[in-house]
Design a protein around this ligand. Structure first.
Ligand SMILES: Nc1ncnc2c1ncn2[C@@H]1O[C@H](COP(=O)(O)OP(=O)(O)OP(=O)(O)O)[C@@H](O)[C@H]1O
Length: 351
């Protein structure tokens, strides 16, 4: 499996793709599809702050990649009519990097800090103070002669994004006034996103083609938009440019993304688990060797979605196929296998 194959259903994006995505981003809360609860809560937070004429509380967004965190941060700034500064945890290696950003913020500015859980520890402590007291203490000198020089920070709103809210230290988490949990999208929401995106790309899409693409998009707008672009390419080269159900199916079958959104690696893992290991339990390394991949690749790339969608269960004795896996792959389970999986899952839940 090469990188290119994998990109199609990966929730992550590289720089080039992010540039393409820019054109498809909703610009206001009204245009933002789905995540109803988050939208409503956020709209209240923003409106009440505007009424009071103050910068809103700091906002934390948690959820997987490609669910719209960056898009929402841009929308927050736009709704407030405030400038937006974007940085990320990995870009802040020292507290000085953060001090440079904080000390140059303008009043009311929105600071978007992506992957906030990956920020260096000393910077994290500086951020607590800035969030609460709008001040940074810059330490000058070393050893006993070191002094902290306080610098005022203009009142700002921090919008932090993380794929792992659990990894944030409690003092940091507690300084956010509002936490938005971003969920995976329902198929009907993805259909709306696809129809809107097709319009922006200047392509005509039939409703049943949108349903088809949505079903294979793993609940993630980024993947939906990516599959849409591939189907559009196919429609332009092999047909008259219209995105019909037939074209959508043909294109996605060509790219080997099946009707559950599984790609070649996902299916290879399931196939080995079912046929070679009779549905498991089997250890991760053994399973990985049998599909010619590193255990880490199977664990981080294929497994999360297979587990999330209920094809694989992790048990103390190894990976086990669920009845859904047998039926999706069209393989008849040996008499003891399906029940073995159910029993092991119960064992896990009970333990
Ligand atoms: N609710 C939505 N409605 C319409 N389009 C959306 C929505 N959410 C995301 N998108 C689209 O999906 C793509 C990815 O969104 P975005 O970059 O905001 O995700 P992200 O959660 O910030 O991902 P990452 O964590 O990888 O940065 C963008 O093109 C965006 O326009």
């Amino acid at each position: 499996m090469n990188e290119h194959d994998r990109e199609l259903v990966s929730p992550d994006a590289d720089v080039d793709e992010r540039a393409v995505e820019g054109a498809l981003r909703p610009k206001s809360l009204d245009e933002f599809v789905g995540q109803e609860r988050v939208r409503e809560q956020l709209s209240l937070v923003l409106r009440s702050a505007q009424r009071r004429g103050k910068a809103p509380d700091h906002i934390l967004m948690s959820g997987g990649p490609g669910l719209g965190k960056t898009t929402l941060a841009m929308i927050i700034a736009a709704e407030l009519g405030a400038p937006l500064r974007i940085t990320s945890g990995p870009a802040i290696e020292r507290s000085g990097d953060l001090a440079a950003v904080l000390s140059t913020l303008h009043e009311g500015e929105v600071l978007f800090l992506d992957e906030i859980h990956r920020m260096a520890r000393p910077a994290e402590e500086m951020l607590y103070v800035a969030m609460e007291d709008f001040r940074v203490d810059v330490v000058v000198g070393k050893g006993p002669g070191a002094t902290a020089i306080p610098i005022d920070v203009a009142p700002f709103t921090l919008v932090g994004a993380t794929t792992r809210a659990g990894m944030l230290p409690a003092p940091l988490r507690d300084r956010f006034g509002f936490v938005a949990h971003m969920d995976f999208y329902r198929p009907d929401e993805l259909e709306r996103i696809l129809t809107r995106s097709a319009g922006l790309l200047g392509a005509e899409i039939d409703p049943d083609a949108a349903v088809e693409i949505a079903g294979r998009s793993r609940g993630t707008p980024r993947i939906a938009n990516r599959l849409l672009r591939r189907v559009r390419d196919y429609a332009e080269v092999r047909a008259d440019g219209r995105l019909t159900l037939k074209i959508a199916r043909a294109a996605l079958n060509l790219y080997e993304v099946d009707d559950e959104g599984l790609d070649r690696l996902d299916r290879a893992v399931l196939d080995a688990l079912l046929r070679r290991f009779r549905g498991g339990p089997v250890g991760l390394s053994t399973l990985a060797v049998s599909v010619g991949e590193e255990p880490e690749t199977v664990e981080t790339v294929a497994e999360p979605f297979l587990v999330r969608s209920g094809f694989i269960a992790r048990t103390p004795r190894g990976r086990v196929a669920t009845p859904q896996a047998w039926s999706h792959m069209g393989v008849a389970p040996p008499p003891d296998a399906a029940f073995g999986a159910a029993a092991l899952m119960e064992e896990t839940e009970g333990s």
